[in-house]
Every structure is written in structure tokens, then in C-alpha cells.
Design a protein around this ligand. Structure first.
Ligand SMILES: [Zn+2]
Length: 174
């Protein structure tokens, strides 16, 4: 594998963060820390795929937002191959970012939001903390229960989970 100097620096920094993270976890073990096995390493950058879409009766999505809830820049946007309800945009993630999962079953909707507290690269895991989980019938009802800064990103995640055979990113910096 070829490592550019920039990629190597970013990877080394990530490793430092892991060390720091494990020290933090030791302190915060009882505080709802969860591992999400969705980490990808691409060119030495730690990334997560925006992915998902809807079928006939149900759908799901993963969307990534920064610490303020804003969209992030993707390093790769898929344009060919099997795209429907699959991976669409590869997004570098850092500590403080938000990972948003939306699930849609008929008229019911669930949103789970996690904040990134660290990485376990060897196990492809993101160490995260649940910020909020909301369930509801109407989309408006769900959005009302979310922290204000995350409404836009969550709304994009819900839309994607309802997007029939989704083929493109819904929440990235264009
Ligand atoms: Zn879509």
C-alpha cells in the first residue's frame, strides 16, 4: 500500500487520537459508549459511507454530519456499479462528528444519532456515544424532538430512508 506523506500524517494523528480515546473510555466506561462497526480507511483517512435508501415498505440510511450538524466534504462519490440503496459518498470523520441512522417502516420512523468519541482502526469500529434516539409516526413529530442543530442532518437522513432506490448522496458539501 502506498502512503502519501499527508495520508501518513493523518493516520498517525488518528492513532494518537485512539490512545487518547482509550484513556477517555477507561474514565467513561459507564456512560453509554457504543462501538459502530462502520469505519473505513481510505488513503489513510478514517471514513464512513453515507449509504441507504428505501425499498417498497421500508428503508434505512446512514448520514454523516460535523460537530455543528453541518454536511461534510466527501472524498469519493460513487457514480457507477450497484448504487440503489448502497454506499454513495465516502466521508472522512473526526472526533465530535455525528453519525445519524434513520429507519423507516411504512409510516413509522426512527432516528438514532451518535457522536464520535474515538476510533478503533484495527476493528473497524467507531467509538461513539448516543446523543438521542427518537421514534414517531410523522416526520415532523420526530424532528421536533431532536436537538436543533441536528434537525437538518436528521431530516436529510429521514428523506434518504424514504428515497426509493436511492442512488446519490443527500447530505454532503457539494
Ligand atoms: Zn436519494
Amino acid at each position: 500500500m502506498f502512503w502519501s506523506e499527508k495520508a501518513f500524517k493523518s493516520y498517525s494523528k488518528a492513532l494518537e487520537n485512539i490512545q487518547r480515546t482509550f484513556e477517555e473510555i477507561a474514565k467513561k466506561q459507564q456512560q453509554g459508549i457504543k462501538e459502530l462497526y462502520i469505519l473505513e480507511v481510505s488513503d489513510g483517512l478514517l471514513c464512513v459511507w453515507e449509504r441507504g435508501g428505501a425499498g417498497c415498505n421500508s428503508g434505512s440510511s446512514t448520514v454523516i454530519a460535523d460537530s455543528q450538524g453541518g454536511p461534510k466534504k466527501a472524498i469519493k462519490v460513487r457514480a457507477s456499479g450497484h448504487l440503489a440503496n448502497r454506499e454513495h459518498a465516502l466521508i472522512p470523520v473526526e472526533i465530535g462528528d455525528h453519525i445519524i441512522f434513520a429507519f423507516a417502516f411504512k409510516r413509522k420512523c426512527i432516528v438514532e444519532i451518535y457522536s464520535v468519541v474515538g476510533f478503533d482502526v484495527a476493528r473497524k469500529a467507531i467509538i461513539s456515544k448516543k446523543v438521542v434516539e427518537v421514534e414517531g409516526q410523522a416526520i415532523e413529530e420526530v424532528l421536533q424532538k431532536l436537538p436543533e442543530n441536528l434537525v437538518k442532518a436528521a431530516s436529510a437522513a429521514i428523506t434518504k430512508a424514504h428515497c426509493y432506490h436511492c442512488r446519490e448522496p443527500h447530505y454532503i458539501v457539494k
